[in-house]
Design a protein around this ligand. Structure first.
Ligand code: NAP
Length: 260
């Protein structure tokens, strides 16, 4: 599918685009005709993602390739400001689609969890989501509010908690509150903001989870399997597109029915 696809030539910024869910989201949005700004702290990985993308999208204003990779640390305000400036310089417009997939875990039981690991996870997962959302929303409003769809990747763990993930669960619960507030504040600018809440999805992030624990979770999923990054990417493509034009402030669970 080229620029005539469901996202026909729209510019999408995806953070965490070097790996796992973010990489799958980039691939799916590109197949729907979007141009991609792939951002990650792993710039080499982001370039690899760009290398594998469908290139039928509309070339950017300068006539170059439709997709580009950018280095960013979402937890750093100056880094996020630089990212938006570079994306707009490269493509000539702000992104009207933004999917925030950058995230980290630093698992430890509450009684042993250090403040540094708590703050680091909050810094990337929650502050990072805030900084990127604010920067994209500011750029869209400055450009005359051409409309937009911002998608936050939360987690089902933000709703139900999880052993060893006090920091992660708190960050993802915060993301949902942020999503709903952004939806209320940005609606008047034609910008929608929604969250997807994945369950257990097989990515490099879950490589750190002991196989025994993953097997246990797989056994608890009504649909009988762990998720694939593509399962989450499909929902992000729907939320990015006009097919969800009356949906904002929603949290969509992508869990195979786990914890419903
Ligand atoms: P992943 O494969 O580890 O991908 C996350 C990407 O984000 C990595 O490339 C990572 O780089 C990057 N990143 C981390 N910190 C960053 C920062 N400060 N600035 C920019 N990029 C940064 O993980 P994933 O499983 O695809 O997770 C994607 C999102 O889905 C995360 O928000 C995660 O919390 C959420 N999620 C995942 C699952 C699951 O089961 N996999 C379930 C629910 C929610 P490094 O490799 O250098 O850290």
């Amino acid at each position: 599918m080229g620029s005539a696809g469901r996202l026909g030539g729209a510019l999408a910024l995806v953070t965490g685009g070097a790996s796992g869910i973010g990489r799958a989201v980039c691939a799916r949005l590109a197949r729907e005709g979007a141009r991609l700004a792939v951002a990650d702290r792993d710039e080499g990985g982001a370039r690899d993602t760009v290398g594998g993308l469908h290139s039928g999208g509309t070339p950017h204003a300068g006539g170059g390739p439709p997709h580009a990779a950018f280095e960013v640390d979402v937890a750093s305000a100056p880094s996020v400001t630089r990212l938006l400036a570079r994306v707009q310089e490269h493509f000539g417009v702000p992104p009207t689609i933004c999917v925030g997939c950058a995230g980290v875990t630093r698992d430890e039981f509450l009684l042993r969890l250090g403040e540094g690991d708590f703050q680091e996870v909050l810094g990337v997962n929650l502050t990072g989501t805030f900084l990127v959302t604010q920067a994209v929303a500011r750029a869209l409003v400055a450009a005359g509010a051409p409309g937009g769809s911002i998608i936050h990747v939360g987690s089902i763990v933000g709703k139900v908690g999880n052993l060893g993930q006090a920091n992660y669960a708190a960050s993802k619960a915060g993301v949902e509150g942020l999503t709903r507030t952004c939806a209320k504040e940005l609606a008047r600018f034609g910008i929608r903001c929604n969250a997807v809440l994945p369950g257990f999805i097989v990515t490099p992030m879950t490589d750190k989870v002991p196989p025994k624990v993953l097997e246990k979770f797989a056994g608890m999923v009504p649909m009988g399997r762990l998720g694939d990054p593509q399962d989450v990417a499909d929902v992000c493509a729907f939320l990015a597109s006009g097919d969800s034009s009356y949906i904002t402030g929603a949290s969509v669970e992508v869990t195979g029915g786990l914890f419903m």
